[in-house]
Design a protein around this ligand. Structure first.
Ligand code: FEO
Length: 172
């Protein structure tokens, strides 16, 4: 059984994952609208992954005797300056998500809730990957700068990342 404190912390995380999904969906749509189809595929997929992160938490809270709260949808930005701006925002956002996940993990240790602590390790590992990926993409974009040919190749390459198989929440 979850304590109220842990239940609230997990519900806060559910909202953050849902907001992440909406944020990346807005980025994906902007990229698609601007003919950046590779980046759009990558971002649509990333948005789906965030929804999966949210669902995994929803199931966990309900299975552990708590009540998962489905948050309202927040309006994300409707336009972005550039692809670099998008991936900079994405990296910043992920760094914040990592901080929030660490807070949940800290609360689990304070409460001696080792079951939830164990469950949250999946998110801890996932954040390492997500931040590393966002940093790699940012490094590439910095190298490309304003080179249109480079941007064209980048958009084609990022499509490969978007086509990699999506890990399932149950098996990950
Ligand atoms: Fe679910 Fe990108 O953190």
């Amino acid at each position: 059984m979850l304590s109220k404190k842990i239940e609230n912390a997990l519900n806060h995380q559910i909202k953050l994952e849902a907001d992440s999904s909406q944020f990346y969906l807005a980025m994906a749509s902007w990229a698609e609208h601007n003919g950046l189809n590779g980046a759009a595929s990558f971002l649509y997929r990333h948005s789906d992954e965030e929804r999966m992160h949210m669902l995994k938490l929803v199931h966990y809270v309900n299975e552990r005797g708590g009540k998962a709260i489905i948050p309202s949808i927040q309006q994300p930005p409707t336009s972005f300056q550039s692809l670099s701006h998008i991936f900079e925002s994405l990296l910043k956002h992920e760094i914040n998500v990592t901080k929030e996940i660490n807070k949940v993990v800290g609360a689990c240790l304070e409460d001696k809730d080792y079951t939830t602590h164990h469950f949250m390790q999946w998110y801890v590992a996932e954040q390492i990957e997500e931040e590393a990926l966002a940093r790699t993409i940012m490094d590439k974009l910095k190298l490309i700068g304003n080179d249109k040919g480079g941007l064209y190749l980048f958009d084609r390459d990022i499509q490969t990342l978007a086509n990699a198989p999506v890990p399932s929440p149950k098996t990950a």
